[in-house]
Design a protein around this ligand. Sequence first.
Ligand code: ADP
Length: 270
Amino acid sequence: MSADTHLPKDAARSAGGTELIRFDRVTKRFGSHTVLDALDFTVSAGKHVTLIGPSGSGKTTILRLLMTLLTPDEGTIKVGDAYLTHEEKGGRLIPAGEKHIREVRKNIGMVFQQFNLFPNMKVLRNITEAPVHVLGLGKDEAEERARGLLDLVGLTAHLDKYPTQLSGGQQQRVAIARALAMRPQVLLLDEVTSALDPELVAGVLDVLRDIARTTDITMLCVTHEMSFARDISDDVLMFDAGRVIESGPPEKIFTDPEHARTREFLGAVL
Ligand code: ADP
C-alpha cells in the first residue's frame, strides 16, 4: 500500500486485537421468519472474517444490520464504542442516538454485489463525493486521496470515465476505492464478485487480497469464493439458519470441519 492512501496502520494488531464489533443475542425477523436467532459473535480490530453458509442463512442480513440499513428486533450491536441499537446511559440501555448511528456509518464502508456507482459522475468524482460532502474534505485533498486509491486498485488511467465505460470488474474496483476513501475502520464485502463475468473475478479478488495483506482494515466478508476466503481470513464463521454453527481458522474449517452441515456445504461449493 502506498503511503498516500493513509489507511489504518498496524496499531490494532500489535495491540493484540481489541474488540471492534459485537453482536449480543441479536434476533432479526421478517414477519414470522426468524432470520437471525439470538446471534452472538465478535470481531477484533484488524481481523478478516468470512461468513460462509447456505443461501438464506442470514449472512447478508448481518452486513445490512451493521450498515444500519436494518434494525434488529432483539439484542445489541456494538461497533467500537458506539451502540448501534442501544446506548448505555446511567447503567441502562436506551435506544441509540443519531450521533452513534452517524459515527458507525462513517466508520463502516460497504461494497455490494451490484456496484451501485453514481452513473452520472465520472470515476474520480464517484470517489471524492462522500469525503467532500460527508467528511467535509477539501476538493484537492479528496482528489489526492482518490488518486492514491485508484492507483491501489489499478485504475489510474480511467479516472475521467463514466461507470458505463468500464467493465463490471473495473466498476467493482472503483466501488472498493470509493468505500476506502472514507477511511473506514471496517470494510463489509457482500458477495462482491457474484455479479461479474468469470474472467473479471480474479482482478477484483487480487485487489482485495492486496488490501487485506497491506492494511489493518477490519474486513467482514460474505463470499462463495472459497479459495479467496482461505487466503484472506483469520476466521471463518459457518452459518446455518441464523446461527454460527462452527467457527475457526480457515485451515481448520476447510480441511477438518467438525459439523456435518459444514462438510455438506463445503462438499457442494468446493
Ligand atoms: P444469505 O445472505 O445468507 O443468503 P440473507 O441474509 O440475504 O441470507 O437472507 C436471509 C433470509 O431473510 C432469506 O430467507 C431472505 O429471503 C430473508 N430476507 C432478507 N431480507 C428480507 C426482507 N427485506 N424482507 C423479507 N425477507 C427478507
